[in-house]
Ligand binder design. Structure first.
Ligand code: GLP
Length: 262
C-alpha cells in the first residue's frame, strides 16, 4: 500500500486529480477507462480540479465510463441530497462525459436487490473497474459498508448505522429523521476487485480510520482495512488525518514517497 501524505486538503486533491488524469491519458485501449467514484465532501476538490483540467483541454472523459459507489434508498434523482444529484452538480455537469457513460445505482428501483445484481453485472461487462476512487466515513466505512460488513461483500442493500445517520445529517439540515436509513452500495469486494484503488482521507476526524486502515490488522470492524490486501491500493491523505499514526509510520511513508514517481 502507498500512503501519500500532503500538507493540506487542497494539495491532497491536486495530487489525486493529477494521478487520475495521468491514468486516463495513459489508457490507449479501445475499450473505455472504467472509473469508480464516491460522493461526500472529500472528493469535491478532486472533481473541481478534474473539471478544470477538462476545460483546459488537458484531459477528456469521452472514453471514460463511471460507476458510483452508492446511493440512498428511497431518494429520487431530483432530491438535492441524492447522490445522482450530487454527482451531476459537482462533477458530471462540468465535464465532457457522455450521459450514457454514467452509472449510478437507482435508489428508487422497484426491486433493489435486482438493481444491485444488474449493477455488478454491468461492471463485469466492462471487464471490471480500472481505478476506484473513494473516501471513507469516520468509522472507516468504505462506500456504505459499515463496520462488520463482510470484506468479501458485493453490491447490495445496506443499513446505515446511527453514527453515520448523525454524521450525514449535516446535509439534511441536521435533522436525522430526514436521512434515509438504508442505501444501495457496492461491496467491499466490489471495490477491492478494481485494478487500482485510491482512497482520500482528510481531516482530524478521520485520523482513527487512517491509522486503522494502515496500521491495524485486516478486520471487518474497519472495512477500509481491506485495502491492505489489495495489490495496488493508495491512500492520499492530508497532515490533519495523520494524527493517530505512529511517528515511525508517518516518517516511513514520507521517506518512501520521496522515492516514488506517479
Ligand atoms: C458517505 C458515503 C461514503 C463517503 C462518506 C464520507 O457515508 N457513503 O462513500 O466516503 O460519506 O464522506 P465525507 O467525505 O463527506 O467525509
Amino acid at each position: 500500500m502507498r500512503v501519500v501524505i500532503q500538507d493540506n486538503y487542497e494539495k491532497m486533491c491536486k495530487w489525486a486529480a493529477d494521478y487520475i488524469a495521468a491514468k486516463i491519458n495513459a489508457h490507449k485501449e479501445d475499450r473505455p477507462f472504467v472509473l469508480g467514484l464516491p460522493t461526500g465532501s472529500s472528493p469535491i476538490g478532486v472533481y473541481k480540479e478534474l473539471a478544470r483540467k477538462n476545460a483546459a483541454g488537458e484531459i477528456t472523459f469521452k472514453n471514460v465510463v463511471t460507476f458510483n459507489m452508492d446511493e440512498y434508498l428511497g431518494l429520487p434523482r431530483e432530491h438535492d441530497q441524492s447522490y445522482w444529484y450530487f454527482m451531476h452538480d459537482n462533477f458530471f455537469d462540468h465535464i465532457d462525459i457522455p450521459a450514457e457513460n454514467v452509472n449510478i445505482l437507482n435508489g428508487m428501483a422497484e426491486d433493489p436487490v435486482a438493481e444491485c445484481a444488474r449493477y455488478e453485472a454491468k461492471i463485469a461487462s466492462y471487464g471490471g473497474i480500472d481505478l476506484f476512487l473513494g473516501g471513507i466515513g469516520v468509522d472507516g466505512h468504505l462506500a456504505f459498508n459499515e463496520p462488520f460488513t463482510s470484506l468479501g461483500s458485493r453490491t447490495g442493500v445496506r443499513d446505515l448505522t446511527s453514527d453515520t445517520i448523525i454524521v450525514n445529517s449535516r446535509f439534511f439540515g441536521y435533522d436525522t429523521s430526514k436521512v434515509p436509513t438504508q442505501a444501495l452500495s457496492v461491496g467491499v469486494g466490489t471495490v477491492t476487485d478494481a485494478k487500482e484503488v485510491l482512497i482520500l482521507i482528510s481531516g482530524h476526524n478521520k485520523a482513527r480510520a487512517l491509522a486503522a486502515s494502515v496500521e491495524g490488522g485486516v478486520s471487518q470492524k474497519w472495512t477500509c482495512s481491506a485495502l491492505q490486501l489489495h495489490p495496488a491500493a493508495i491512500i492520499a491523505c492530508d497532515e490533519a488525518a495523520c494524527g493517530e499514526l505512529t511517528v515511525d509510520t508517518y516518517k516511513y511513508f514520507l521517506d518512501i514517497e520521496k522515492k516514488e514517481r506517479l
